[in-house]
Design a protein around this ligand. Structure first.
Ligand SMILES: NC(=O)c1ccc[n+]([C@@H]2O[C@H](COP(=O)([O-])OP(=O)(O)OC[C@H]3O[C@@H](n4cnc5c(N)ncnc54)[C@H](O)[C@@H]3O)[C@@H](O)[C@H]2O)c1
Length: 334
């Protein structure tokens, strides 16, 4: 799918975090739609390092890149020497996805070094190359702000959310100081779709519940899940937002959601329908008293300034995802 009239053929495209969920989808998007583009994936991939919460320190996985024909650089955005490898290229577009993406990491030093410090370096690289830079911000910047979450009304509740909030502030300032640059931040809401499996416990509820059902178990949900809403956004619409962000009416930070929140119960019900099961539900009490029960992206400025228009419904997105959920059922997650 081509989303605007930018011709990425003969352009050099850097994707940081390109071995991860969104980054690898971007890499294949360019490979398939712009076969003469030069795509560089820069990612530290996963190591044996584990955070105290039991999750991997980084989720990049070679299996997300099987079939990718572009260049792959294993490098750490925190390492200036690794970043120097990028001096060999004249970059036209940079999609900065690399981050500690786990919202439940509380080691503030590693989060801010990875998500914030490196952003300064990548902005400088974009500036030197006169490259467009589109970076991943997050709905986590809103914390428990009431719906609809609107850009400018952030109140992050965890280090991850604050790191993305800081990135937005840096981007605004950099943009003011360098008005000739194109700098766009995208606040992704709950993204789901192929490529997320290797995020383990931080992958979306869609694949996690899908695998529970394929295990013959009733989907495990918090009590009242029909009243717990999230703005789930399909990976295809996230690609659309990234492409359209390359040609914004104005620099800025934009929400990437559907504006149409759906409940966790909806997800479980759609999955059971598509998988042909009738296992009921396994309700458990919600241990969090400060749980966010409703997110909904205000996408008005994304529509105006990016011409962003989400097109994949939850029903369609899950239906199309089912073969991949089945393929990965029981696959080695590490
Ligand atoms: N998936 C979502 O629902 C969602 C929602 C909001 C924001 N985001 C943001 O979007 C971006 C992409 O998310 P994702 O879901 O693809 O996550 P992901 O964890 O799959 O991808 C991040 C990639 O960055 C790489 N990485 C991590 N630290 C690195 C480092 N120091 N140097 C080089 N590479 C490093 C990882 O190996 C991984 O491949 C992230 O910035 C994330 O915070 C994602």
């Amino acid at each position: 799918m081509i989303y605007n009239n930018i011709d990425f053929n003969n352009k050099t495209i850097l994707i940081t975090g390109g071995a991860g969920f969104i980054g690898s989808n971007l890499a294949f998007y360019f490979q398939e739609n712009f076969p003469n583009s030069k795509v560089i994936v820069f990612d530290c991939f996963r190591s044996d390092e584990i955070f105290p919460n039991g999750n991997q320190k980084s989720f990049g996985h070679f299996k997300n890149l099987i079939g990718f024909k572009g260049e792959v650089i294993c490098g750490n955005i925190n390492n200036i020497d690794d970043l120097k490898r990028l001096n060999n290229y004249k970059i036209d577009f940079m999609f900065h996805q690399a981050a500690i993406s786990d919202t439940r990491v509380y080691d503030q030093e590693i989060i801010f070094k990875t998500n914030v410090n490196s952003f300064y370096d990548l902005l400088a690289i974009a500036k030197n190359n006169q490259a467009v830079i589109v970076y991943a911000s997050s709905a986590a910047t809103y914390g428990r702000q009431p719906s609809p979450q609107t850009v400018g009304n952030e109140s992050p509740e965890n280090p991850y959310g604050y790191s993305k909030y800081l990135m937005d502030q840096i981007a605004y300032k950099y943009s003011n100081e360098n008005p000739e640059m194109t700098i766009v931040g995208l606040k992704f809401f709950n993204v789901y779709g192929p490529g997320e499996y290797y995020k383990g416990k931080t992958s979306s509820v869609v694949i996690q519940l899908g695998h529970q059902i394929l295990n013959g178990k009733a989907p495990r949900l918090f009590e009242g899940s029909d009243k717990i809403f999230r703005d789930f956004i399909n990976i295809k619409d996230v690609l659309q937002a990234n492409i359209k962000a390359c040609n914004p009416k104005q620099n800025g930070v934009y929400n990437v959601g559907t504006g149409n929140p759906r409940s966790f119960q909806d997800i479980a019900d759609i999955l059971q329908k598509e998988l042909g099961t009738d296992l009921g539900n396994d309700y458990i009490s919600n241990p969090y008293d400060d749980y966010q029960v409703h997110t909904q992206a205000d996408i008005s400025s994304s529509i105006i300034n990016l011409s962003f228009k989400p097109i994949v419904s939850l029903e369609q997105g899950i239906k199309e995802y089912i073969p991949e959920i089945k393929r990965l059922h029981g696959a080695n997650p590490s």
